[in-house]
Design a protein around this ligand. Structure first.
Ligand SMILES: Cc1cc2nc3c(=O)[nH]c(=O)nc-3n(C[C@H](O)[C@H](O)[C@H](O)COP(=O)(O)OP(=O)(O)OC[C@H]3O[C@@H](n4cnc5c(N)ncnc54)[C@H](O)[C@@H]3O)c2cc1C
Length: 407
């Protein structure tokens, strides 16, 4: 049985970030992933905001970047458009096949050992401490004894299940249907487009350009029993703004999956295990953007593991939640407030359906903060044109680089 300071389960952005920082801080680190190829299949829309990588010094390899976006266009009810070209909505589209591999390379370069096609299948647990872990690798069985486990094994974390941590509720899971399409006629070739309306239900449609003619096109919905796949092809064919853009396009890749939309879970340390990334709901929960937040939270988990091992005091990892609060906490809270207000709006019986989507779009586009409850309440009683006028006045007053207009 091999002994390690840290076993990282999963080599997505969260796991690779954890393995990198654990190894570069001197820990004997093993990272495993059940995938045959890191980063594939892609379960992502591949949009990454510009600001977080800069702020947290996360290097995105140039070869992983497809296109930089000048902003984001939000469509409410197909007829009102919010164009947000402020810094927070500038982004890039990345290639996760490449990005995840470059993150894994960085972990290995820092000294971590990585094994792919290595599935964590079981663990010996005493109390709430993981003593040893069983791994299936090709036709072999491996057993490792880690001092600390970093579970970066995604939304359906097996380690969370074995340690009895609560599962994500159905309303906390975004189900996403998506394609990469080529030969598109993009209406906004340098901007992300997001769609909010009855056809999307509690969720949104998106077009994320990767080149002049190629984009990720998807539909994600919250808490539904059926998957968006039941309506996705119809959505692409019938949507008056989307269908002309995809009419002559072909699908070159399917990019689908499930994303936690819960906000970060507070129970992210159990015994000697730290949960990171999707396994801990660590994303921008109003939109589900998780790749870079997971890498950041992974790095923080590796760092705190190093402090625990060096001080010979595993309990130090209990400070992980505090560390997250002090770093990404304000951003996570901001996103959670938006998500909560959107869900409250979408599920309100007092607000007429078309207003629900319009107010939801104003919230998600971050042009009016969710804290301005009275502002939003006033909007409910106004007609569309007056809403546009009131919101435009607010944008001017606050000098926000965005426009709201009728199509
Ligand atoms: C369709 C879709 C669109 C999305 N769009 C975006 C977007 O545009 N931008 C963005 O930033 N985020 C997006 N997200 C979210 C983003 O993909 C995730 O937040 C991010 O990948 C989380 O990283 P992670 O490392 O925590 O988990 P993952 O990337 O899910 O990695 C977990 C890893 O653990 C491995 N694993 C799981 N179980 C085991 C096991 N038992 N043994 C060994 N290995 C195991 C898996 O193989 C996997 O490689 C999207 C998600 C979906 C589903």
């Amino acid at each position: 049985m091999r002994e390690y300071d840290v076993l990282v389960i999963g080599a997505g952005p969260g796991g690779s970030g954890a393995a990198k920082s654990a190894a570069e801080n001197g820990l004997k680190t093993l990272c495993i992933d059940k995938k045959l190829v890191i980063g594939s299949p892609v379960e992502c829309g591949e949009a990454v905001g510009m600001s977080l990588p800069k702020e947290f010094n996360i290097k995105i390899a140039p070869e992983a970047v497809n296109l930089k976006h000048d902003g984001t266009v939000f469509w409410a009810n197909q007829n009102i458009k919010i164009d947000n070209y402020s810094e927070i909505w500038k982004s890039m589209s990345v290639n996760r096949h490449i990005l995840d591999k470059t993150f894994a390379h960085e972990a290995v370069k820092s000294g971590a050992k990585l094994i792919v096609s290595a599935e964590f299948v079981d663990a010996k647990i005493e109390g709430n401490r993981v003593i040893s872990v069983d791994i299936r690798h090709m036709n072999k069985k491996l057993k490792v004894k880690p001092k600390i486990v970093i579970a970066a094994d995604g939304l359906n974390s097996k380690m969370a299940e074995l340690l009895g941590r609560r599962k994500f509720k159905s309303i906390e899971i975004g189900k996403v249907a998506g394609y990469e399409m080529t030969n598109m006629k993009l209406a906004e070739p340098k901007k992300i487009q997001m769609f909010f309306e009855d056809m999307c239900g509690m969720g949104y449609g998106y077009i994320i350009p990767k080149s002049k003619t190629t984009a990720n096109v998807g539909l994600g919905s919250l808490g539904i029993k059926e998957t968006p796949w039941d309506v996705f092809d119809e959505f692409l064919e019938d949507h008056p703004i989307i269908s002309p853009q995809v009419k002559d396009a072909s699908i070159i890749e399917v990019k689908t999956g499930f994303a936690p939309i819960s906000g970060p879970l507070s129970e992210n340390v159990i015994g000697n295990t730290i949960f990171v990334g999707d396994a801990a709901g660590q994303n921008l929960s109003h939109v589900g953007e998780g790749a870079i937040p997971s890498q950041i939270c992974g790095r923080l988990a590796g760092l705190i593991s190093a402090q625990a091992i060096k001080n010979n005091k595993i309990e130090i990892i209990n400070n992980y939640q505090k560390t997250i609060k002090e770093t990404l906490g304000p951003l996570f809270n901001h996103c959670d407030k938006i998500r909560e207000k959107i869900i409250e709006t979408w599920t309100s019986e007092e607000i007429p359906a078309e207003k629900r989507y319009l107010i939801g779009t104003i919230l998600v586009s971050e042009i009016v903060p969710p804290e301005l409850g009275e502002f939003f309440e006033n909007l409910i009683g106004l007609d569309e044109q007056t809403i546009i006028t009131e919101v435009s006045k607010f944008l001017n007053k606050e000098k926000i680089k965005a426009k709201i207009m009728k199509n």
